[in-house]
Write a new protein. Structure first.
Length: 318
């Protein structure tokens, strides 16, 4: 009886010992230190900031301001902010862009910030420079014209309002791309004989300043387009007579006034040097001449300053 109990005891221990042996054969789980996150790739160096160069004959009211932006690639778009206006730039070479703006005839003297923004996808790089606009003294001239050109009667005043609304719409819808590529050229061969910005007094009454350049060209002299563009006005207006306005794109416009004949129509596309019409004496004038005015990004600028910076030869700016 004793041996039976011993055998039973030994048989009962068998499964227990086997279970303990199996558990001992399983390697114990060793606690591992928490793994470190994968190392971040090295940050790519920031793209260099653009640099600005400003050119003008002088930094005074009525002058063209040419902004050159040196942009290390990549760059998908470049815009320039100055005088509370934004203008688009265009590429001119490897890593170089240009933009045109104007120092308006009535711009106050002072310090102004010129900022270039370079856009490449979500990234925006910028650079700033300061331009100091200095005071400019304008002469005064006295002219005699027909009384209706100084104090128009009501019927004519209504016409003037319609024409002013038309020209505002024209200047507010410039082509979004640059329509020219060649240098600007003189519209007539004769030199300019009046100063831009001159304060005009008609029949003893002060009126708007002279926002263009006058050329004392003989009647019938052919007038050529200063550069390529689209004709957005080719009609008779009360003050400027037979008038042609060329949209050069990017907010740059040329106006030719007092023509005796129009050789283009609205909607025409013209090239630099193409004939627009003939010099005349229509509108508010004292004699035959060509009046050439330019607007750049909403600013009234001296056309001779455009020729000085973007003309074919320095002599063209006289």
């Amino acid at each position: 009886m004793k041996s039976v109990r011993a055998t039973t005891f030994r048989q009962g221990l068998g499964p227990v010992l086997l279970t303990l042996w199996c558990l001992a054969a399983v390697p114990a789980a060793v606690a591992q230190p928490p793994s470190s996150p994968p190392a971040a790739p090295p940050a790519s160096p920031a793209a260099p900031a653009p640099t600005l160069t400003l050119r003008a004959r002088t930094f005074r009211p009525g002058e063209l301001l040419l902004v050159t932006v040196a942009v290390p690639p990549p760059a998908a778009d470049v815009r320039v902010n100055v005088f509370d206006r934004t203008v688009a730039a265009w590429p001119v070479g490897d890593g170089e862009w240009q933009a045109m703006t104007g120092i308006d005839l009535d711009q106050r003297p002072g310090r102004y910030v010129v900022e270039a923004q370079v856009v490449d996808g979500p990234a925006v790089r910028s650079a700033r420079r300061t331009v100091v606009v200095t005071r400019r003294q304008f002469p005064t001239r006295a002219l005699r014209v027909a009384p209706d050109y100084v104090n128009p009667p009501p019927a004519i005043a209504e016409r003037i309002e319609r024409e002013q609304a038309f020209t505002r719409a024209v200047y507010g819808q410039s082509a979004p791309t640059r329509l020219w590529s060649a240098p600007f050229v003189r519209p007539v061969p004769q030199p300019s004989n009046s100063r831009f910005g001159t304060r005009s007094v008609f029949n003893g009454e002060p009126r708007n300043p002279h926002a263009g350049a006058d050329f004392l060209s003989p009647a019938g002299t052919p007038i050529q387009s200063p550069n390529a563009g689209r004709i957005v006005c080719a009609r008779e207006l009360f003050f400027t007579g037979h008038t042609v306005i060329v949209d050069h794109g990017l907010g740059v416009f040329s106006l030719m006034a007092h023509l005796s004949r129009l050789d283009v129509r609205e909607g025409d596309v013209v090239q630099a040097g193409q004939r627009l019409g003939l010099v005349g004496a229509t509108g508010r004038v004292t004699g035959p001449h060509l009046h050439w005015a330019m607007a750049v990004a909403g600013a009234r600028v001296d056309p001779l300053s455009v020729l000085a910076l973007l003309g074919a030869t320095p002599a063209a700016a006289r």
